[in-house]
Design a protein around this ligand. Structure first.
Ligand SMILES: NC(=O)c1ccc[n+]([C@@H]2O[C@H](COP(=O)([O-])OP(=O)(O)OC[C@H]3O[C@@H](n4cnc5c(N)ncnc54)[C@H](OP(=O)(O)O)[C@@H]3O)[C@@H](O)[C@H]2O)c1
Length: 355
């Protein structure tokens, strides 16, 4: 079966800069252009004199899972004039996102209300940002038949599944690229690989442009070593696990957004891309650097927070270093933050005050 590469009307032209103001415990993304209106529910009703509805002629993104990445991406697209809708799992979060000008559906794949999936046919682009669930697998693909029938006669031109570099397993510290054989070890990484395959198969069957992005550890404003230090948060289980790794690949959310935008302009048929920075550094190195930055900006704060970080210096195993060569070569991405250093610096620069 030959798959078709679909062209995308309307290229991105605006700068990548996200104007972000950080508040303790949450990220508020402020529109660069000042657009704050609520985006309309997509309906094909508003037909113009040309015969084509205004909505039909515009790019329309649906973000399944308006989490950390999903919200940044949605904001950036909104700033570029796209129609954007997305999902979250609770009414409270829907309200919070609506207050920030997003069009949001409540969608929890474990609940009976699947109406959000029915609306997918109206969208030209779909980002899947929902993680697999242990014991279930990909929670959205549980509804594969509904997805298939909805997307079959829809408008979709581009689909991207956000995956994880965890699918490679532990290469003993060797560099891995997208051709490196996957060898997931944890249950969630195994399910992640199955989810990739599931979405790739669905896109293949439907003849859709599809890409898989294998993301390194995501950080950005509101979620970074700087934020952890300032908030004096205890390490999560995932973070504790990462402290035993010699190398951790990571990526700043602004670079994920760049790569997503690039792939919309260069759609593929099932290509997999590692989306990571150039500098897979040990976690305590990143924390030491973040402590220095916080200490410089708020000296009183850092004295209270450095204690306890010594526990991070535990025995290390190799893990892997993830190559981003394909992302650079094929998508033309020039990283805004090739290392955690510039990424953390930009985060602290945007923090107006320690609250
Ligand atoms: N964090 C990392 O370092 C990292 C690294 C590599 C890959 N990834 C993966 O990359 C993707 C984006 O990451 P992220 O940090 O932006 O994720 P995130 O903030 O955790 O967002 C996940 C989104 O999925 C939604 N969701 C969760 N379970 C769902 C279900 N059963 N049904 C419907 N929606 C559900 C969440 O809903 P609510 O908004 O209601 O919570 C949220 O909107 C995720 O798949 C993540 O696992 C993350």
């Amino acid at each position: 079966m030959v798959m078709e590469i679909c062209g995308v009307a309307g290229q991105f032209s605006l700068s990548l800069s996200l104007s972000l103001s950080i508040r303790y415990g949450c990220v508020q993304a402020n529109s660069v252009s000042g657009l704050t209106k609520t985006w309309p529910r997509v309906s094909m009703a508003a037909v113009s004199s040309t015969g084509k509805s205004e909505l039909e002629s515009r790019n329309r993104m649906f973000v399944l899972g308006m989490g950390f990445v999903g919200q940044f991406f949605a904001q950036e697209l909104k700033n570029n004039g796209w129609i954007v809708s997305g999902t979250c799992t609770s009414v409270a979060k829907k309200k919070e996102l609506e207050d920030r000008g997003f069009d949001v559906h409540v969608f929890d794949s474990n609940e009976p209300d699947l109406s959000a999936l029915n609306t997918l046919k109206y969208y030209t682009h779909l980002l899947v940002s929902v993680p697999p669930v242990v014991g279930i697998g990909d929670p959205v693909l549980q509804h594969k038949q509904l997805l298939r029938s909805t997307l079959m006669d829809g408008n979709l031109q581009w689909l991207c599944y956000l995956s994880s570099t965890s699918v490679y397993g532990d290469s003993g510290g060797a560099w891995v690229d997208e051709d490196y054989p996957e060898s997931p070890t944890s249950e969630s990484a195994k399910l992640r690989l199955l989810a990739e395959e599931g979405w790739l198969n669905l896109a293949y069957d439907l003849g859709l442009s599809m890409q898989v992005f294998r993301l390194g550890g995501i950080y950005g404003p509101g979620r970074s070593a700087v934020d952890t230090i300032i908030k004096r948060e205890a390490l999560s289980e995932g973070q504790k696990k990462r402290t035993t790794k010699k190398f951790t690949s990571r990526v700043h959310v602004e670079d994920i957004i760049q790569a997503l935008k690039a792939s919309i302009n260069i759609p593929s048929t099932g290509r997999i891309y590692n989306i990571v920075d150039d500098d897979p550094a040990p976690r305590e190195e990143v924390f030491a650097y973040a402590s220095k930055l916080v200490g410089k900006k708020w000296p009183a704060q850092i004295q209270q927070n450095t204690s306890g970080r010594a526990e991070l210096l535990t025995q290390k195993h190799g893990e892997k270093r993830v190559s981003n060569a394909r992302m650079k070569k094929e998508l033309g991405v020039r990283l805004l933050h090739p290392s955690y250093r510039s990424g953390l610096q930009s985060i602290i620069n945007q923090m107006e005050a320690y609250l």
